[in-house]
Ligand binder design. Structure first.
Ligand code: 6GU
Length: 259
């Protein structure tokens, strides 16, 4: 996958040289190119922003600089373009999966109050452009959001995760564990500062371990993300699940009832 990032703070992307993503780049699985937006500014001050039409606080990023930068970076190619912004569509595991299937992504990082909207209109008529938010809070710029998205997307690329099963088991991945948070995990030693590893995990009984893990996932989801569990496909709940949820006083739709 090729990945271009345009930003006025290329230094933010140093972490992309490290860990799984860094290894993927060394192997050639990922081709990451970070560009300094100011390289396309023409005045001595390398100005990239100006005051907003209609008034109001802050500054808006100028369309001409963005246009020249994007034109040069994409040439006659057609990447999918992602613009991080708190007013975008939510970044979810599903969108990460979708983006992991693309050959080429271009991230355009805005700062200040954002990029002049005509940039999204212009490229929206030539490329697939999505404005994307990583959550309901406001960051000072899109750079950190891009790091989050690149890590989520990168680990889904073939051969990036050491353990193929890790991505399958993700709490938000499509499939069996969808809408359930993962439960607690343990390693050696069996007792640490008086805290014991749950006995069932030492039993070697795979069926009991699987059931215990599922109970823990259900308990954790009820406690911290009940709204996730409320969306679970009722067909994926077995009678043990239903009994546990009943004990926890968590209401799920009954079995064998059409809605
Ligand atoms: Cl993608 N960008 C910025 N600046 N703030 C955010 C965000 C993105 N997602 C949540 N807050």
């Amino acid at each position: 996958m090729r990945l271009d990032i345009i930003s006025i703070f290329p230094e933010y992307f140093a972490p992309l040289g490290v860990s799984l993503i860094g290894k993927a780049r060394e192997r050639g699985t990922l081709d990451v190119r970070v560009h300094q937006l100011r390289d396309w500014a023409h005045d001595v001050h390398k100005t990239v922003d100006d005051t907003p039409y209609g008034g109001g606080p802050g500054m808006v990023m100028k369309p001409e600089v963005w246009g020249e930068a994007i034109d040069d970076v994409i040439g006659d190619g057609g990447p999918r373009m992602i613009v991080p912004t708190p007013s975008g569509r939510p970044f979810t595991q599903e969108l990460a999966q979708e983006l992991a299937g693309e050959e080429w992504l271009l991230f355009a990082c805005g700062r200040y109050e954002g990029i002049d909207s005509r940039v999204m209109a212009e490229y929206g008529s030539r490329l697939r452009v999505d404005e994307v938010s990583i959550g309901d809070y406001v960051l000072a710029g899109g750079e950190v959001a891009v790091l989050v998205m690149v890590e989520a997307i990168g680990r889904l690329l073939p051969g990036v995760l050491g353990n193929v099963r890790s991505a399958v088991d993700d709490s938000f991945a499509p499939g069996a564990m969808r809408n359930l948070l993962e439960g607690p995990v343990y390693t050696k030693p069996p007792v640490w500062r008086g805290h014991e590893v749950p006995e069932v995990l030492l039993s070697g009984h795979h069926g009991k371990v699987a059931r215990w893990r599922r109970d823990q996932a259900l308990r954790r989801t009820v406690a911290t993300r009940p709204e996730l569990l409320a969306e679970i496909d009722a067909e994926t709940l077995d009678k043990h699940d239903r009994r546990l949820l009943d004990e926890l006083a968590f209401r799920v739709p009954p079995e064998d009832v059409a809605n």
